[in-house]
Design a protein around this ligand. Structure first.
Ligand code: PRP
Length: 179
C-alpha cells in the first residue's frame, strides 16, 4: 500500500463488481440507442474506461476537462471548462460520467451546459457520492458508492494531481493535506 494512504476504502475487486452493476444499469437503459458518454476529466478517466468496456451496448465517447479544485481540497464553487467537448450534443442521449459528486457545482454546471445545448436526455453516473458535502440540489442518477467526508484518492481521484494511478481507493493520511 502507498505510504500516504491511511486505509483502503475500496479494493480493485470491489470496484470491478460495482462497475459491472453500473454497466448493467446503463445497458438496460440504452440498449438499441446510440448514447454519447462523456468523461469529466481528469478524475473520472479510470472509472469511465472500465465502465464503457463493461457494457454490452456500443457507445460513443467524448471528453471534457473541468476543474473546480485547483490544487486545494475545497471546491471553488465556479467550475472552469478547461477543455470543451469535440462532439455536438444536440438531440443526443448524454451520459455524464463523474468520479465524485461533492459540492455538486461541477455536475450542475455540466447539466446546465449540456441541456442548454439541446441534448435530448441527460443521465449521470458517479463512482462516489458525498451527500454531506452538497451545496446545490443535485444528485447523480446512479451513484456507485456513498461516502462521508473522508479525503479519498486513487482510481482517478487525486490530491494535488497525485495518487490518481493507484488501482484502489484509499483515505489519504491527514498529515499529507494538512501540512
Ligand atoms: C473533482 C471531481 C469532480 C468534481 C466534484 O474534479 O472530479 O469533477 O471535483 O466536485 P464538486 O461536486 O464539488 O464540483 P477536480 O476539479 O478536482 O478536477 P479533476 O477531475 O481533474 O481531479
Amino acid at each position: 500500500m502507498n505510504k500516504d494512504i491511511q486505509s483502503i476504502v475500496l479494493t480493485e475487486e470491489q470496484i470491478k463488481e460495482k462497475v459491472a452493476q453500473a454497466a448493467a444499469w446503463l445497458d438496460e437503459r440504452f440498449a438499441g440507442k446510440n448514447p454519447l458518454f462523456i468523461s469529466v476529466l481528469k478524475g473520472s478517466v479510470m472509472f469511465f474506461c472500465d465502465l464503457v468496456r463493461a457494457m454490452q451496448t456500443p457507445v460513443q465517447m467524448d471528453f471534457m476537462t473541468v476543474s473546480s479544485y485547483g490544487s486545494g481540497s475545497e471546491s471553488t464553487g465556479m467550475p472552469k471548462i478547461v477543455m470543451d467537448l469535440a462532439a455536438p450534443v444536440k438531440d443526443r442521449d448524454i451520459v455524464l460520467v463523474e468520479d465524485i459528486v461533492d459540492s455538486g457545482h461541477t455536475l450542475l454546471r455540466m447539466r446546465d451546459l449540456i441541456t442548454g445545448r439541446g441534448a435530448s436526455s441527460f443521465t449521470t453516473v458517479a463512482l462516489f457520492d458525498k451527500p454531506a458535502r452538497r451545496q446545490v440540489d443535485i444528485k447523480a442518477d446512479f451513484a456507485c458508492f456513498e461516502i462521508g467526508d473522508e479525503f479519498i484518492v486513487g482510481y482517478g481521484l487525486d490530491y494535488a494531481q497525485q495518487y490518481r494511478t493507484l488501482p484502489y481507493v484509499g483515505i489519504l493520511k491527514r498529515e499529507i493535506y494538512e501540512k
